[in-house]
Write a protein of this length. Structure first.
Lengths: 307, 249
């Protein structure tokens, strides 16, 4: 299934229907596709044309244009903003690695069934409940100001460190639920088959259940990763100079909001491709599970059968 | 005298208020092939799953070659290595190639090296005409091929006892024979087997003994000739008549 089956595998379409019917159908499809593309294009131009017209002709437009769309400030602030974004990149890459690991531990703990592991299950559940309930900014504040504020000897004061810890705590609670849904989606007969061969429960989880579960939840994991990327700006509150803090600094020097627009553009450039990729992956997963069904049907009914 | 390959004594199993197995007694000698027949819900699958310890039992005892496997302190994973089971729905691991499906347990449980496990697996796959499928994922295979791989996967652990749970019920009719032929070959090779099946003709051919299950009990057992030709119990006759009416015997 999914990443492994895929389009590269040889699947001759098989003799479906009468000769020629396929070509005719394709021609019809193409006409329909051209028409829908045209309709979409025209409606897009009309809608955005109207929106643009309304914005540009609004009474406040000159003021907004001056404070948000100053090309000089845009170009002069962009290098600083782009380099501050490297801090965000560090934040979300390091945090994501920790999140994926910690969340997996939490999900496995919560999915355990043994009565001996009840305390583990309880702790994991309480953890997930707490960090899903708390607004992220509060966790960042409490950790970033509270723990260094204790003035304990040997306790680090670097806000970057607390930023990583806070983001990891918040997101691992969410991500563990994604993993857990994936684990629950694998039919119990898979674990039973593994156990029947003599694999221990841990081995069955490690070699049979988790590989399938994780593959299945890659798209929602990427979705949470996009959320994490955006939430890295929240740690500006505890003094990490990242992209948002940097644009605030420029803004306070120039009294102009254009740096925020530059920041927004940086996020769009980074996030949209990932969002497109996630959708593509999801679409491919759906296609391939459908195709696998068809293929299995064909294999069952001998080579090539009709659909 | 050596202990029987399998001995089930007074086995009782309930799912909630439903008593699925109500005191099963069964002894299986080494190299014996037993067919379990009976209507759906009569307890055939549950009996097999209990023998493989996939279901906790509520009463009775099960012995494999004289060793009680239902004792409290028994190592479940070690027992399962000696008892192979093949399921109606194949349950191959879809994310692994055929070869990896077969070698997983030998490598992780029996601790064979990858090379040794693969060499042994290839021998088995060749024996059952599946060698050229070794590198493929299960969903590229027909149902019959998948079920043969599942049998090979169970055999790779060299079990003393093989449990087959309606292994042809999910197959299209024209694919049943290839799986039954594999089982015939295993029987000829002396494998001790317990086969839950709806294929009455096959049960008659292959089994040394046929057990008719009804409402969680073995109502009647005997050689296939006797069970199919002159069943003693009215329930057995009824069941077999319905099978004949359906043209399945």
């Amino acid at each position: 299934m999914t990443a492994l089956g895929g389009p590269d595998s040889p699947d001759p379409g098989g003799p479906v229907g009468l000769p020629g019917s396929r070509a005719r159908r394709r021609g019809h499809d193409r006409g329909g596709a051209v028409r829908s593309t045209l309709v979409a294009l025209v409606s897009t131009v009309v809608v955005f044309g109207i929106l643009g017209y309304v914005a540009v002709n609004s009474p406040g437009w000159p003021a907004v244009q001056a404070s948000f769309l100053d090309p000089d400030i845009f170009w002069s602030s962009l290098p600083g903003i782009a380099s501050a974004f490297l801090t965000n990149v560090q934040l979300f890459l390091i945090a994501e690695a920790l999140i994926l690991a910690l969340a997996l531990v939490l999900a496995v703990a919560r999915s355990s069934t043994s009565p001996v592991l009840f305390p583990v299950r309880l702790m994991a559940t309480v953890y997930v409940d707490i960090f899903r309930a708390l607004p992220g900014v509060l966790v960042i504040y409490i950790l970033g100001f509270g723990i260094p504020g204790l003035n304990l000897p040997g306790v680090p004061t670097d806000p970057f460190l607390y930023a990583i810890v806070a983001l990891t705590l918040i997101y691992s609670a969410y991500v563990s639920e994604v993993y857990r849904a994936g684990i629950a989606s694998i039919h119990p007969s898979q674990a039973a088959a593994a156990r029947s061969l003599g694999l221990s429960q841990a081995q069955a989880l490690r070699h049979v259940v988790l590989p399938q579960a994780i593959r299945r939840v890659v798209p929602p994991l990427l979705n949470d990763f996009i959320g994490l990327q955006k939430d890295t700006v929240l740690v500006s509150y505890i003094g990490v100079v990242e992209i948002f803090r940097q644009s605030q600094i420029v803004e306070s020097g120039t009294f102009n909001f254009t740096p925020y627009l530059a920041t927004a553009l940086v996020f769009l450039v980074v996030t949209i491709p990932l969002a497109r990729f996630t959708d593509w992956l999801l679409g491919r997963q759906q296609d391939s599970s459908f195709a696998a069904g068809v293929k299995a049907g064909r294999a069952r009914s001998g080579a090539g059968g009709t659909l | 005298m050596t202990a029987p390959a399998l001995s089930v004594q007074g086995l009782w199993k309930s799912f909630g208020a439903l008593d699925v197995l109500q005191g099963i007694d069964l002894e299986v000698a080494e190299h014996e092939v037993i067919a379990l027949i009976g209507a759906s819900g009569s307890g055939k699958s549950t009996l097999l799953r209990c023998i493989n310890l996939l279901e906790p039992i509520d009463g009775g005892r099960i012995f494999i070659e004289g060793e009680e496997i239902t004792a409290r302190d028994v190592n479940v994973d070690r027992i399962r290595r000696r008892v192979g089971i093949v399921f109606q729905s194949f349950n191959l691991f879809p994310h692994m190639r055929v070869l990896d499906n077969v070698t997983l347990a030998p490598r992780k449980v029996a601790k064979l090296s990858r090379a040794d496990a693969e060499a042994a697996a290839m021998k088995l796959l060749e024996r059952f005409g599946l060698a050229e499928k070794a590198g493929q994922l299960p969903d590229r295979l027909s149902g019959g091929q998948q079920q043969r791989v599942a049998i090979v996967r169970a055999l790779a652990m060299q079990p003393d006892l093989l449990l087959l749970d309606e292994v042809t019920s999910a197959l299209d009719p024209e694919l049943v024979a290839e799986v039954l032929n594999v089982i015939r070959e295993l029987a000829a090779g002396g494998m001790t087997m317990l086969i839950a099946t709806h294929e009455m003709g096959f049960a008659r051919d292959i089994a040394n003994r046929v057990c008719f299950l009804d409402a969680g009990r073995i109502l009647e057992q005997g050689p296939p000739a006797q069970i199919f030709a002159e069943p003693r119990e009215a329930r057995t006759r009824q069941f077999l008549n319905r099978i004949v009416e359906a043209g399945r015997l």
